[in-house]
Structure formats: C-alpha cells, structure tokens
Ligand binder design. Structure first.
Ligand SMILES: [Zn+2]
Length: 318
C-alpha cells in the first residue's frame, strides 16, 4: 500500500471519527446502603428490586458504599451480602455517617476502622472510602491529616465526579406520602431522570473545559426507592446518549483518581474541585441538581405532588 497524501488524509479522518464516536464512560455508585424502608419498598424489597433492575439492564458491577451501622441487624447484613454476591462491589462509607468537619479526626478514623472490620470477609470488597456528605475535612490541617490516615490504611478516596441531590427528591417523595398527598409517579420519574442526565452532561462539559477530555465518571446515587425503580431507565437513557456503563474499577483507574486538590471545595465532586483549583468561581460549579430550591421549583412545575384537577378531565376526555 502506498501512502499518498490522499491516503494519509483518509486515515486521519478515520481516526478523528472513531475518537469522537468513542463512548463516554460512567460508573454507578450507591451510597448509604442498607437504607431503611422508603415510600414504596421495605429495605429487603428494595435490595431485591435494585439487584434485579441492575441485572436486567446488564449494568455489570456497580459499587455500594456501606454505612455499616445498618449491618448491625441480621437483615441489614444479609442485604449487603446480597449486593456483594450479585457481583457488585462493596466499600466503606463509615459506620455512623458523621460530618468530618464537625468531628474530631481521631473519632472519625475509629468510625472508619469499625466499618472496615464489619465489612471484613465480604466478597468483592474494594479499598475505597467515600466521605459522607463529600466532606473531606476543614481546615486544611484536618483535610491533610485525613489524606495521610487513609493512605496509612491503604484506603483510596472513593470520589464522585457527578454530584446531585437524588436524596432530596427521595425525601420530598417520602414526605408527600407521609402527608397523604397525591404522587404523580410519571412526573416524579421525569424529574429524577432529567436531573441526573443534566447533571452528567454538566460535569462532563466542565471536565472538557478544565481537563480537556471526558474522564471515566463516577455518578453519585443513593440506595433509595427512586434508584430501585428507575435505575434501568437511567441506564437506558445514558446508553442512548452515548455513555457506556463501566465498572467502578475502570472509573477509579482514570488519571483523575490521583489528583490531589488544593481547594477545600470538595463537596461537589472531583471535577468541580479541579475546576475550583483552576480559579472557576464556586457559583459556576453548582448545577441545579444540587440546589433544593431549584428542585422544589421543578417538582412544582411538573405537578409531581398535585392532585389532577377537573381541567385534566376536560383536556383529556378519554
Ligand atoms: Zn452518605
């Protein structure tokens, strides 16, 4: 084969096309497992539903960051074993879920160690630690002491790249049920999925601007009823939008895993921290998915908790 200029141009175009059509990567993570009963499921039902939904969507491994105080009951422990036995990865989210900056570092570390001992012996363990509330410590001395202590324990920061308040939507749903209000489940689903998709794109664009590429992302979710019901549709929408669901092992092998932020602005994930280090004002790093007022507005606009009015009947005679 002769390499004429025309031939070289063709190869270059082929490379560019294949690069641009390469799927972007995202791993799913679920915090706070095993959580209590929600508006739809008991804890045990939720675990069964979530495992089933993930299997049917061919998610491959996801990761559950366990709050081990929930494993003190037989049922709680059994649920974490079920996630692990289904092939999902298991990692540390402390025993008691304290805010680090409101806790003495030594007590906090003892709480991490207690969680590690309760997780011992489970299959698919990973040496990852996710800070509750994504609070990595303040002031700098505490943040640095924690980094050192995690390193001594062989634990790596199980950071997120896509923050969002899925927990807030779940809480508003729970409240509505407790107050006996109407719940439009279809509208709730669209708010949840639209919020997550928009957050994923927001942080990916931020990554494009500040690290010049799309990294392997880690999406923050919680082990709640919203995830149990809608995670299969979430995966479908991600795939439809050019995303591959990858193992958290793949995501945490991305070079950004080694990044040590200077900023204390850690609570919106790693991409936001990188952008903060590059001087981006924090107001520009907050997507609507991390703002309670914006989420309340969306829930209201879409009538998630409104009883259908008689107008609904008139507009929809069938
Ligand atoms: Zn948590």
């Amino acid at each position: 084969m002769r390499f004429t200029p025309k031939c070289c141009l063709f190869v270059l175009i082929l490379c560019l096309v294949s690069y641009s059509s390469q799927a972007k990567q995202i791993a799913l993570s679920f915090d706070d497992a095993p959580r209590d009963a929600g508006p739809m499921f008991s804890g045990a039902e939720r675990t069964a539903q979530l495992i089933k939904s993930l299997r049917e969507a061919n998610s491959g491994p996801t990761v559950f960051f366990v709050k081990t105080s929930g494993m003190e009951t037989e049922e709680g422990r059994a649920r974490i074993e079920q996630y692990a036995n289904a092939g999902h990865l298991i990692a540390n989210h402390t025993h008691s879920h304290w805010w680090l900056n409101r806790t003495e570092t030594d007590s906090y570390l003892a709480d991490i160690d207690q969680a590690e001992s309760l997780l011992q012996g489970l299959p698919n363990r990973r040496p990852w630690f996710r800070f509750p509330y994504l609070d990595e410590g303040r002031p700098i001395a505490q943040r640095n002491a924690m980094r050192q202590a995690l390193q001594e324990r062989g634990l790596k920061n199980g950071y997120v790249t896509v923050d969002n308040f899925d927990w807030y939507l779940a809480r508003q749903w729970q409240r509505a049920v407790e107050e006996g209000r109407w719940v439009n489940h279809h509208a709730l689903k669209t708010v949840y999925l639209d919020m997550l998709m928009s957050a994923v794109e927001f942080y990916d664009e931020l990554a494009a601007s500040h690290i010049g590429r799309s990294p392997a992302h880690v999406l923050l979710l919680h082990e709640n009823d919203l995830a149990a019901i809608y995670v299969d549709e979430l995966i479908e929408r991600l795939r439809d939008n050019g995303w591959d669901i990858v193992s958290p092992d793949t995501a945490y092998a991305d070079p950004i895993a080694k990044y040590q932020a200077q900023t204390l602005f850690a609570w919106q994930g790693r991409i936001a921290a990188i952008a903060s280090d590059r001087g981006v004002p924090h107001t520009e790093l907050r997507h609507y998915s991390s703002q309670e007022a914006a989420l309340d507005k969306l829930l209201s606009e879409r009538g998630v908790f409104d009883k259908p009015t008689s107008d609904f009947t008139i507009l929809n005679p069938q």
